[in-house]
Write a protein that binds this ligand. Structure first.
Ligand code: CS2
Length: 493
C-alpha cells in the first residue's frame, strides 16, 4: 500500500502516468452548475458528460459545484473534498474489460448540514446558471394518496420554521430563488431523477412549498425559472470494497471512492434553459421537444425491469441482478411482462426500435461483471413501485388488458416485505416505509388484498376487482408453491 499515489489535484500529473486524466486546466474551470446529490449515479452520468465536454471544448464556464445535502452524505463529501473533487470512473464492459478514467468536472464541493448559508449563497450566485438534482424518487415529497406535496413530513415543517438553516431541497431552493429574484437572475432547475415528468414534478412540489413559505415569489419563479424534463440512464451499482482494492492495486493510485458503471449511457433533455446551458449534445446527450415518451419507456422497461428482477430474485435467494436475469424462468417472465403488459402502453417513440431496446436491456442486466446489488434495486421500493410499475398497471386496467405479470411482482413484494427469502434467510430491507410495509405484510398473510391498502403507494388500486383478484391469485401461488413454480406457471398461462 505504501507506494500508492493519492488521487488529488497536486498529484494529477503523476496519476496521469497510470490512468487517463483530465487534460484541461481545472484551475480555470468555473462552476456554472450546482448539483445536489453527489452519489454514484451523478458521478457516472452528468459529471461524466460534463467532463467530456470540458475536454472537448474550450468553454470553461460549466464546471460543477457538488452539494451533499444530507447528514448521511458526510463520507462522500469528505472523500471528494480530500481528492479535490477528483474520482475514477470504472466502466465495466460486457467482456470484462475495465475502462478507467479520472473525472475532473466537479470543481467545488459543499456540505450543506455544516454551512447551509454557503449553499444558499452558491445557488444564488450569478455564475450559477443551472441547479441539477439527483435527490432520489422519494426526495420530491409527493404523496401518492393525496396526489400532493406532503406537508406532514416533519422535515418540511422544520424548514418552514428555519428559513436560513433548512434540511430539505425545498427550503434551500426557496431561499436561493428569493436571492436570485432580488438580483433578477433567471435560472434552470433540472431534475435528473427517475420520475416521469421529473421537471414538472420538481416544479409542482417546489411551488407547493413556496406557496406556503414565500408566496410572493411565485410569479417570479413562473417567469424566470425553467424546469426541463429529462430522461437519464446509466446503471451504477454501489461501489464495493473489492472495486476499490482492485482499482488501487492495479493502478497504484489511492482513490478512496471510485464509481463503477456500465458502458451504456443515455440522456434525453427538453431544451428549456432560462440562463444558457452546456453544449451537452456535442458529447452524446439528445435535446428534444417532448421527453415524455422516452422517460416512460425507460422507467417502465429498465427501472421496472430492475424491480421485477430485484423482487423475484431476492425471494429466490439471488444477490445480484445478473444472477436473477440468468435464471431462465425469471428471464422469460421479465420478457413476457415487457412484451404483454408494458409494450402496449408505450407510443410516440420517434426513431426508437423498441424490440432492440428490450433486447439491449437484457444484455445490460446480464453483465456479469457489474454485480449490481439486488439490495440496491429493492431499496426504497415504496417510492419505486408507484413510478416504475403501477403506471403500467393503471394504463392496462383502463383498457381492460392483462395485468397478471405485474400483479405477481406486487405479490412477490408483499411476501418480500415479510423479511425472509425462500430459504428463510433474512432480507435487508431499506425503505423509509419499512415499518408500515412489515405491518401490512403480516396482515396480508390472512387476507392478501390488505397489502394494497397502503394508499400512499397504491392509490386507488385496491378498488380494482381485476387487479385484486390477480394479486390474490399470485400471492397464494407464491405462498403455496414458491416463486420459481409460480413464475413457470405464469409464463405458461
Ligand atoms: C435502478 C436505477 O434504483 C433502481 O431501482 O433501477 O438506479 C437504475 O439503475 C438507473 O436508473 C439506470 O439508469
Amino acid at each position: 500500500m505504501e507506494h500508492l499515489i493519492k488521487l488529488n489535484q497536486k498529484n494529477l500529473a503523476e496519476v496521469a502516468k497510470n490512468i487517463s486524466c483530465p487534460t484541461y486546466d481545472r484551475s480555470k474551470v468555473k462552476a456554472g452548475i450546482v448539483h445536489v446529490g453527489i452519489g454514484g449515479f451523478h458521478r457516472a452520468h452528468e459529471a461524466f458528460y460534463t467532463d467530456q465536454l470540458l475536454h472537448d471544448s474550450g468553454n470553461k464556464d460549466w464546471g460543477i459545484c457538488g452539494v451533499a445535502l444530507l447528514d448521511f452524505d458526510t463520507k462522500i463529501y469528505n472523500t471528494l473534498k480530500e481528492q479535490d473533487g477528483l474520482y475514477t470512473l470504472v466502466i465495466k464492459e460486457l467482456d470484462g474489460t475495465l475502462t478507467r478514467r479520472v473525472i475532473g468536472s466537479i470543481v467545488e464541493c459543499l456540505y450543506a448540514p455544516e454551512n447551509p448559508m454557503q449553499v444558499i449563497e452558491k445557488m444564488a450566485s450569478p455564475d450559477i446558471k443551472i441547479i441539477t438534482l439527483t435527490i432520489t424518487e422519494g426526495g420530491y415529497n409527493y404523496n401518492e394518496a393525496t396526489e400532493a406535496f406532503d406537508f406532514d413530513n416533519p422535515q418540511i415543517q422544520y424548514d418552514l420554521e428555519h428559513t436560513y438553516a433548512p434540511k430539505t431541497i425545498f427550503g434551500y431552493l426557496t431561499q436561493a430563488l428569493k436571492h436570485r429574484q432580488q438580483n433578477d437572475l433567471a435560472v434552470t432547475i433540472q431534475s435528473c431523477d427517475n420520475i416521469k415528468g421529473n421537471g414538472d414534478l420538481a416544479k409542482r412540489m417546489l411551488m407547493s412549498y413556496v406557496e406556503k413559505a414565500e408566496p410572493e415569489l411565485m410569479p417570479w419563479i413562473e417567469a424566470n425559472v425553467s424546469f426541463p424534463n429529462s430522461m437519464v440512464d446509466r446503471i451504477t451499482p454501489a461501489t464495493s470494497p473489492v472495486d476499490i482494492s482492485n482499482l488501487n492495486a492495479s493502478t497504484g493510485i489511492d482513490d478512496a471512492w471510485p464509481v463503477v458503471c456500465e458502458p451504456f449511457h443515455q440522456w434525453v433533455i427538453e431544451d428549456e434553459f432560462k440562463a444558457g446551458r452546456p453544449a451537452w449534445e456535442t458529447v452524446g446527450a439528445r435535446f428534444v421537444e417532448d421527453v415524455d415518451p422516452f422517460e416512460k419507456m425507460k422507467l417502465t422497461l429498465l427501472n421496472a425491469g430492475h424491480t421485477v428482477l430485484g423482487v423475484l430474485g431476492a425471494l429466490r435467494g439471488c444477490s445480484t441482478i445478473d444472477e436473477a436475469v440468468h435464471n431462465k424462468d425469471i428471464r422469460a417472465f421479465l420478457k413476457l411482462y415487457m412484451d404483454l403488459e408494458v409494450t402496449p402502453t408505450l407510443s410516440d417513440l420517434d426513431g426508437v426500435d423498441l424490440d432492440k431496446y428490450k433486447e439491449t436491456l437484457l444484455h445490460r442486466f446480464g453483465n456479469i461483471y457489474m454485480k449490481d446489488q439486488i439490495d440496491r434495486i429493492c431499496s426504497e421500493s415504496s417510492a419505486k413501485f408507484p413510478i416504475f410499475v403501477l403506471p403500467t398497471v393503471n394504463a392496462q386496467l383502463t383498457h381492460d388488458k392483462h395485468v397478471d405479470f405485474a400483479a405477481l411482482v406486487v405479490a412477490a413484494w408483499a411476501i418480500y416485505s415479510l423479511g425472509k427469502d425462500e430459504n428463510q434467510q433474512d432480507l435487508i430491507i431499506k425503505d423509509v416505509m419499512h415499518d408500515a410495509l412489515a405491518k401490512q405484510a403480516l396482515l396480508a398473510k390472512d387476507n392478501p388484498a390488505v397489502f394494497l391498502e397502503l394508499e400512499s403507494i397504491f392509490g386507488k388500486l385496491k378498488t380494482s376487482e381485476t387487479f385484486v383478484n390477480a394479486f390474490t391469485k399470485a400471492y397464494k401461488a407464491i405462498s403455496e408453491n414458491g416463486i420459481e413454480h409460480s413464475v413457470i406457471s405464469w409464463n405458461k398461462s
